[in-house]
Design a protein around this ligand. Sequence first.
Ligand code: HEM
Length: 490
Amino acid sequence: MKDLDPAGHAVTPAERAALERPQLYVPASPPPSMARLERSRLLRKLNTVRMMWKGSRNLLDLIHPELAQRRWNVVRAGGETIVTVNDADFARHVLQGNPDAYVKGRLYEIIFSRFLRKSSLTMDGETWRQRRRLISPAFNARAIKGVEAVVARHVEAMLQGWGEAADAGRAVDLTHDVGELAMRIAMEAFFSADMGDDPARIGALMDKVITDAGSPPFADIMNLPGWFPRRSRRKAMGWLAELDAWLYPLIDARLARREAGEEEPEAPDLLDILVHAKDEETGAFLDRASIRNEVLTLFAAGHETTALSFAWGLDRLSREPERQERLAAAAAEAEAEAGGPLDPAAARAVPLLPAAYDEILRLYPPAFSIGRQAVAADRFEDVEIAPGTRIQIVIGMIHRNPRYWERPGVFDPERFLQANRAGRHPFAHIPFGGGPRICVGLALARLEGVMVLARALPRFRLSPDGPPPEPVGKITLRTRAPVRMRVARR
Ligand code: HEM
């Protein structure tokens, strides 16, 4: 029997089986089994070359599918020891138990150094601690409250476009729409009225620079010698120069106002908060280059991740008619009680809405895998971790690990209702990482996530416009092609 979505599109049994399989990514041509690789040095060498080749197009190919049945796997490749982790205890040990034994490492440096330079995302040790203290006020409860109205307004603007698409019987380009949504929110949250007349140009520049920064040449990722061909980044450096030419004067104007003795405005935007952030211990402000680096970093770390969570999440909801109806009914009921569209506090108070966003982040974590590099000798159970060892915590596998999750491929927001959380490992769900370096922007991401669900679902019935998207691992978990979706007014 076919499972019909509300618009009458058939979700075929094969699609349902693919959607609900425990692993998100199953390679088209699987590598030799781990047991065979462990037995033969030659096979290991050949496989490293094969993985490098495949990984250059899709980083998910670097993760051995049999890791799903293991807690971790240790390999040596390119002169490095790499431990891939599919275990919540191991993840907790590295991220929270002994974080000072690890740094972000070479990979982060490669991805971010040319564009964003040194920032909270890439620094380590005491300099990172100090920087984190300085940027945290931009994401505290007061700052998040300050952007609530911005989020609501831009979500409404996106939904207006959906209304027009629904009336015209057109599909919406979901990838485009949520990308624009996340960019518009970030632009206004950071720069409020200072965006000038050209927010679209600046948004597009930001987008291009960030997308390029997020796809470093594979030869750099694999530490290949300088003669190995690399994609040119000249164009991206040009966009960056254009962006800097816009951003620096904006920062300078705010710095000049601070120097002239002006207090932080009553309703500061995030740039104001960074300009006025003062280290309690040293009394120092961030200098202009550091503010620039932080602004670009926060855009890079926050924009694509959030947009991807909406693209994956709304697509999945479009294929889950029953769950979608239940969520829509819960949101509509709360709307009726509130007498209008839900504000963030009211949306958060409908338990199924934040639970659904958590479930989306479990199945499709935009930061699929995060890395560390050991700087001190460490040990976890019987794994000796020498300085230099790279650890890859495969969040996407932990999130579908049957040791922590029943029917891991099934989309079930109720897992995250308070009553069903008891006894779950605290590191079984880590879409935002964990420990001291947990995502600084998670409250903003959650605010956006809950608002998108709270405003979209009671008004529109979502249905798919094509087969489920295919995952592609860059630094984030992207879809191979833009995702399209059908919307109908309720
Ligand atoms: C759904 C959206 C998001 C996801 C899934 C996500 C995920 C993550 C993860 C997993 C980390 C930890 C990385 C590690 O330990 O190596 C992280 C760190 C970070 N995120 Fe997010 N993030 C999201 C949204 C945001 C937003 C909206 C911002 C800011 C506007 C942001 C800014 C940052 C920064 C600056 C760090 C580095 C923190 C530090 O090292 O101290 N993220 N994020």
